[in-house]
Design a protein around this ligand. Structure first.
Ligand code: BGC
Ligand code: MN
Length: 343
């Protein structure tokens, strides 16, 4: 009985062992199978990943490209917008501007703005940005000329540069009726200060912040002034002999007086200016002696003696916001105060 039971038990164990073995076999087969299948899936996954990565790279590339194209288009459009909205966007090359026919100011004047210049790049930049919108508000037909001095002469010859600018501007366009003589460091503050030529020469920079908005003396004609073409010719322009700071404006003021041309002025509440700061230029020690002999020089030294004055126009070029006249001035010799002989 015991043996029989034992055999039965053994039989049961071995059959259950068989079952277990079978299970193990099945499960290992399953595991192995999964592994094999897993390798296959992994490969597919890796391939998929590579594909996705490639797609992502392509998409990023495409987006970047489209963005760049878009940005450059945007930039172009922005430039166009700026060109249209820009207050000086429609200034023609050479710094020329005229109002549309229906928008004219009522005056038929053609105005040339003369700006003698040397070594003041930052001032010129501010000046041009300020002046174009200002002049367009007047609806003027105007051109800005910048007359730049270079060459051996160390001192700045403002009067000579004005005479050269006047002559060259009339070669450029003989129909100018009105000239504005303008320091590069003066900015008009009030749009009511009109840049036109009245019957008499006009001193426009009446009230400058540097002088606490007061006129320093009654005969002052420097800074910014306006003269008809005919008046400028009549007085023989500026003297060519004042090089270095001061005196050339006092000299022309005497010439105007001599021709009974009274200096007019706009209201000081309107003719207000801001002066851009700069170091004081070297004063011309000879200015008083020159002024002492103003009358004996008045009809010779000026526009009439320009050809014998020792300068030449190096170049004339049309820049974006102005016409540039580059003038070579040779070293000044001994001053002939009476201007009896050509220098
Ligand atoms: C000079 C002028 C100058 C004025 C104002 C005078 O002493 O001679 O050329 O415009 O001062 O600064
Ligand atoms: Mn100044």
């Amino acid at each position: 009985m015991f043996k029989a039971e034992h055999n039965q038990l053994e039989g049961q164990i071995s059959s259950s062992q068989l079952i277990i073995n079978k299970r193990i076999e099945v499960s290992s087969a399953f595991i192995l199978g999964t592994r094999r299948k897993g390798t296959f899936v992994n490969m597919r996954k890796r391939r998929l990943c590579r594909l996705i990565l490639l797609q992502v790279i392509c998409t990023i590339g495409l987006i970047t490209y489209l963005h760049l194209v878009d940005t450059s288009r945007e930039r172009e459009t922005l430039q166009n917008v700026l060109r249209d909205d820009n207050p000086y966007g429609n200034v023609r090359f050479g710094g020329k501007w005229s109002p549309s026919e229906e928008n004219r100011c009522g005056c038929s004047e053609k105005v040339a703005i003369l700006v003698p210049y040397r070594d003041r790049e930052e001032h010129l930049d501010i000046f041009l940005r300020h002046m174009h919108p200002f002049l367009q508000r007047h609806r003027l037909d105007y051109v800005i000329y910048v007359i730049e001095q270079h060459g051996e002469e160390r001192n700045f010859c403002k009067g000579l540069l004005y005479n050269v600018g006047f002559t060259e501007a009339l070669k450029d366009d003989p129909t100018y009726d009105c000239f504005i003589f303008h320091d590069v460091d003066l900015l008009p503050e009030d749009s009511r200060n009109l840049y036109t030529c009245s019957k008499s020469p006009c001193h426009l920079s009446v009230a400058i912040d540097k002088f606490d908005y007061n006129l320093p003396y009654n005969d002052l004609f420097g800074g910014v002034s306006a003269m008809k073409t005919s008046h400028y010719k009549l007085v023989n322009g500026y003297s060519n002999l004042f090089c270095g700071w001061g005196g050339e404006d006092d000299d022309i003021a005497r010439r105007l007086k001599r021709h009974m041309l009274k200096i007019s002025r706009p209201d000081k509440n309107v003719a207000r200016y801001k002066m851009l700061s700069h170091n004081q230029t070297e004063k011309n020690p000879q200015r008083f002696k020159l002024l002492g002999h103003w009358l004996s020089r008045a009809m010779k030294d000026g526009l009439k003696s320009l050809k014998t004055t020792g300068y030449n126009v190096t170049s004339t070029s049309q820049r974006e916001l102005y016409t540039h006249i580059l003038v070579n001035i040779t070293k000044r010799g001994v001053i002939d105060y009476h201007h009896k002989k050509a220098i």
